[in-house]
Design a protein around this ligand. Structure first.
Ligand code: GPP
Ligand code: MG
Length: 284
């Protein structure tokens, strides 16, 4: 059963974020990629693109680029799942900020486990549940209109929790307190995020443009580790994925689906003011 907790949207900020994702429904950069194989992602890509996609017949060039961008986004979700540790079919996982459901559906496919995804966008929850239905996994993968800061889910019920590019929408101390509560002892939290580089001081113009574009608040790298330590979450892996995500942005900049945010990402990564980071941490 999919469920809703009371008072999901509590602040003006949360309402504006929900409104963005509820009304931004015709986003071709996400829908055209999702249509490739029915896995709809709301995150970026990892790995080198095949330069051959830029060659060959002009008539099918855009289609080749779209498929390649989608392949890199799916590869990103696979890297996240690789860091969850051993997951049994009897385990329960939480996808905090589940978007249109791609990562959750991949996790169930890989591990056979139950996955709950939560989002503050009712549109996204509906879309993702429809995907689970179509794939015949709605009994194991469920999406709910809930707030990751106060999920209402059972304490200690999760073997793993992940956030795939969603922590820039929340206070990290509040979010990690809730994830820590939900995890069993020894359970794993995995985060892929974009974070600003404290070594460069305050946020760069390019990072501010990314915040403005998505209505988010990118956190400094240091905040992640302070908030993990404050919530009994002990890092086991920290992977700088910056170099591996740059090709995705370079290919996306050549696509007709480009949204205009490609240059700020490329500038921020290349100037060193911003990192694409994976952190895995265990609950003690
Ligand atoms: C990805 O979603 C982006 C976010 C969830 C927010 C910002 C992330 C950072 C790492 C800063 P998307 O797939 O909806 O974005 P787009 O429509 O641009 O592809
Ligand atoms: Mg996208």
């Amino acid at each position: 059963m999919t469920t809703t907790a009371p008072n999901v949207l509590r602040t003006a900020f949360q309402k504006s974020v929900a409104n963005y994702w509820n009304t931004n429904q015709q986003d071709p950069v996400n829908l055209r990629l999702g249509e490739v194989d029915g896995l709809y992602h709301h995150h970026y890509g990892l790995g080198d693109y095949d330069p051959a996609v830029l060659e060959g017949p002009e008539a099918t060039r855009e289609e080749r680029i779209t498929r390649e961008l989608h392949r890199l986004e799916t590869a990103q979700a696979d890297v996240l799942l690789d860091h969850l540790g051993a997951i049994a079919p009897t385990d329960r996982l939480l996808d905090a900020g589940s978007g249109r459901g791609g990562s959750s559906i991949m996790a169930n496919h890989r591990f056979g486990c139950e996955v709950d995804g939560i989002s503050i966008s009712e549109y996204q929850v509906g879309f993702a549940n429809e995907q689970a239905q179509q794939r015949g996994v709605a009994d194991r993968v469920r999406f709910h209109f809930r707030n990751m800061l106060d999920t209402g889910l059972e304490t200690g019920s999760r073997r793993a929790v992940w956030t795939n590019e969603t922590t820039m929408y929340v206070d990290l101390f509040e979010a990690f307190a809730e994830f820590s509560r939900l995890l069993e002892t020894g359970g794993r939290y995995v985060c892929i995020t974009g974070c600003s580089n404290d070594v460069m001081g305050l946020r760069s113009k390019a990072v501010s443009r990314i915040d403005e574009h998505y209505i988010c608040n990118i956190h400094p790298r240091s905040q992640y580790f302070k908030a993990l330590a404050a919530n009994n979450l002990v890092p086991i892996s920290v992977v700088d994925l910056t170099a591996a995500t740059i090709p995705y942005w370079e290919l996306r900049a050549k696509s007709a689906l480009a949204t205009g945010i490609e240059d700020p990402f490329l500038t921020a990564y290349k100037e060193g003011s911003f990192h694409y980071l994976l952190i895995a941490a265990d609950k003690i």
